[in-house]
Design a protein around this ligand. Structure first.
Ligand SMILES: Nc1ncnc2c1ncn2[C@@H]1O[C@H](COP(=O)(O)OP(=O)(O)OP(=O)(O)O)[C@@H](O)[C@H]1O
Length: 321
C-alpha cells in the first residue's frame, strides 16, 4: 500500500477560510474555501492524470474535514443523541507496554455509520478491541462515554449488555433459543441446518462471517463494531453480509466498521470515513455532500455515491481505488 497523503492548511482569513490538502504522491491539491453557509472545493489534479484540466467542485458542506473533535462533529451532524464519545484515547499492549493508540478522537451519533480505514498496523483493530475491553490492552489515558456512561469503567460483559457488539469468531453456545434464532437466520441467508452444528465448528470463512452477523441480529446491539467483516468473503457472501447489516440498521443503531476495501462501503454506506495513522484518526471525510461536479464549465449533477467515494478516498489515500 502506498503511503498516506500529507495534508496542510495554507491560509485563512476572517471572511472565508482557505485550506489546502496535498496528496503528496499524486501531487494533487484539494482547496476548500469556507463561507458561513457553504464550502467551495477546488480540485487541482495531477497533470499527468488529468491532462492539465482543472476540476472545480462545489459542495454545500464540508467534504473533507480535519480529524474530528467533539465540537467539530457537533457542527455537521443533525442526529440528536451522542452514542459514543471518544476523547484523546491512548492505550498500550498490556504485556509489552508498547503504546499503540496515541490519542484517538471520535464521536458517533445514534443511527450513524462510520468506517475506519488505514494502513496495516495503524491501530484500527486495537481501537476496536480497546472499546470492547479486550484484556490484551491497557488504557493509559483519555475518556470513552457510551450512552453517557463511562465505558472504561465497565467489564467487557457489561459493555455488551449496555449495547456494544464486536464481530467475533470464537464459538459460543446459544441453548434454548432455536425458534428465536431460526427466525433471524433468514436475514443472513443461512439454512436452519446450521443450528444443528456446533457454532463455527467446520464453518467456512464466509459462513463464519454470516454467523457473526447472526449473532449481531440476536443480540440487537446499539453500536456494532465490525472489524474487517469483508475479509475472505466472495462477492455473493459480501453482498449477503452487507445487506444483512443494512437490514439490522434502525435510526437508533450505529455501526463502526474497519475495512481496507471500498466494496464494503458501497453496500454499507458510511456517513463518515476516517483514516487512522500511527494510533490516531488523522483525517475524516463526510460523505454524501458533493451535489455536483463542474468540469470544463459543464455541471455534472449525476455524480453518484460511488464516484464520490472514489474521489474522497483518492484524496485521503495516495493510492488508486
Ligand atoms: N496483542 C498484541 N500483541 C503484540 N502486538 C500487538 C497486539 N495487538 C496489536 N499489536 C501491534 O499493534 C500494532 C497495531 O495493530 P492493529 O492490529 O491494531 O493494526 P490494524 O490497523 O488493525 O492493522 P491491519 O490493517 O493489518 O488489521 C501492530 O504493530 C501490531 O503488531
Amino acid at each position: 500500500m502506498a503511503s498516506l497523503a500529507s495534508f496542510s492548511t495554507i491560509s485563512s482569513s476572517s471572511a472565508a477560510r482557505l485550506s489546502s490538502i496535498r496528496n503528496s504522491s499524486s501531487n494533487s491539491f484539494l482547496h476548500t474555501k469556507s463561507y458561513p453557509n457553504s464550502i467551495k472545493l477546488l480540485f487541482t489534479p495531477p497533470r499527468q492524470c488529468f491532462n492539465h484540466k482543472r476540476l472545480v467542485l462545489k459542495a454545500k458542506a464540508i467534504s473533507v474535514i480535519d480529524a474530528p473533535t467533539t465540537s467539530s462533529i457537533n457542527d455537521v451532524s443533525d442526529s440528536p443523541k451522542v452514542l459514543l464519545e471518544v476523547k484523546d484515547l491512548t492505550a498500550k499492549i498490556a504485556d509489552s507496554g508498547l503504546q499503540i493508540l496515541k490519542g484517538v478522537n471520535l464521536v458517533i451519533y445514534e443511527g450513524e455509520i462510520h468506517a475506519i480505514m488505514g494502513k496495516n498496523g495503524s491501530g484500527k483493530s486495537t481501537f476496536s478491541k480497546v472499546l470492547v475491553g479486550h484484556p490484551d490492552y491497557e488504557v493509559t489515558g483519555g475518556t470513552v462515554l457510551f450512552k453517557g456512561e463511562n465505558l472504561l469503567d465497565m467489564e467487557p460483559e457489561e459493555r455488551s449488555l449496555a449495547g456494544l457488539f464486536m464481530s467475533f469468531q470464537s464459538p459460543v453456545e446459544i441453548p434454548g433459543f432455536y425458534d428465536y434464532v431460526s427466525r433471524r437466520l433468514k436475514i443472513v441467508n443461512m439454512d436452519t441446518n446450521f443450528l444443528n452444528r456446533n457454532v463455527n465448528e467446520g464453518f467456512s470463512g464466509g459462513e463464519k462471517k454470516r454467523n457473526e452477523i447472526l449473532q449481531l441480529a440476536v443480540l440487537g446491539a446499539n453500536l456494532a463494531i465490525l472489524d474487517e467483516i469483508d475479509s475472505g468473503l466472495d462477492v455473493d457472501a459480501l453482498q449477503d453480509v452487507g445487506e444483512a447489516v443494512n437490514e439490522l440498521l434502525t435510526p437508533q443503531k450505529s455501526v463502526l466498521m474497519v475495512t481496507h476495501y471500498r466494496r464494503l462501503l458501497d453496500i454499507i454506506k458510511p456517513k463518515f470515513v476516517h483514516i487512522m495513522e500511527d494510533g490516531k484518526i488523522v483525517k475524516t471525510a463526510l460523505m454524501g455532500k458533493i451535489p455536483g461536479v463542474v468540469e470544463k464549465g459543464k455541471i455534472n449533477d449525476s455524480i453518484d455515491r460511488t464516484s464520490e467515494l472514489i474521489y474522497v478516498l483518492k484524496i485521503l489515500f495516495s493510492m488508486s481505488y
